[in-house]
Design a protein around this ligand. Structure first.
Ligand SMILES: [Zn+2]
Length: 204
């Protein structure tokens, strides 16, 4: 598959069969063998001939409806040619990969990775979820959001035990213990420093 683009002005790369290619004068067309090649030269991707936008086109009404009801939004990313999805909790990408143009879900990393990543999408990791449709991935994302929200709620509840409950007294005991440990550490440190001073005095 080859890709062409207008040599001048807006630097957008199209697939060969894109209807916009016809509008570019032949002398202004510049061929590329892969989209990545064009992207490395600073070209951005045409939404209308991208594989991902074809998926969107097939599901558009369902997707828009689902997004409104579940607080999601999606947009075409011109830089990488993938689909960005923002949910209440996170950012996601749906990418198209392989000869059969299957779609895959990627999830934004929460921690900065120090080792070089082996991923198709820098800053994102592949999510273990399989769907043939974008709607399927959106449902997965909503469930993921709910799961994260439940976890945070449970964590908040746990961090503040109600006064007088079993958990409260457990916390009090734990805190007392840690204060005592700290005091012991301080005394030990003091003794150590004193003996060091005595030693120095003895040397003198
Ligand atoms: Zn195009």
């Amino acid at each position: 598959m080859s890709y062409v683009c207008g040599r001048s002005s807006n630097k957008i790369v199209h697939r060969n069969d894109c209807r916009y290619v016809k509008l570019i004068p032949k002398k202004n067309r510049k061929p590329f063998s892969t989209v990545e090649e064009a992207r490395r030269e600073g070209y951005s991707c045409c939404k209308y001939c991208s594989h991902i936008w074809k998926y969107v086109g097939r599901e558009k009404n369902e997707l828009d409806d689902y997004c409104v009801k579940n607080g999601l939004s999606y947009s075409f990313n011109r830089t990488d040619g993938f689909l960005d999805i923002d949910s209440r909790q996170d950012r996601w990408k749906v990418i198209v990969s392989g000869k059969r143009h299957h779609i895959f879900l990627y999830h934004r990393n929460t921690k900065i990775s120090l080792t070089p990543e082996r991923t198709l999408v820098p800053g994102f990791h592949s999510q273990k979820a399989i769907s043939q449709t974008i709607l399927g991935y959106m449902k997965y994302i909503s469930e993921h959001d709910e799961y994260v929200e439940e976890l945070t709620k449970a964590h908040k509840k746990k961090s503040k035990p109600v006064k007088g409950t079993k958990r409260y007294w457990k916390m009090v005991r734990r805190e007392k213990k840690s204060v005592r440990r700290k005091q012991i550490r301080n005394v030990l440190g003091l003794i150590e420093r004193m003996s060091e001073n005595n030693y120095m005095e003895g040397v003198r």
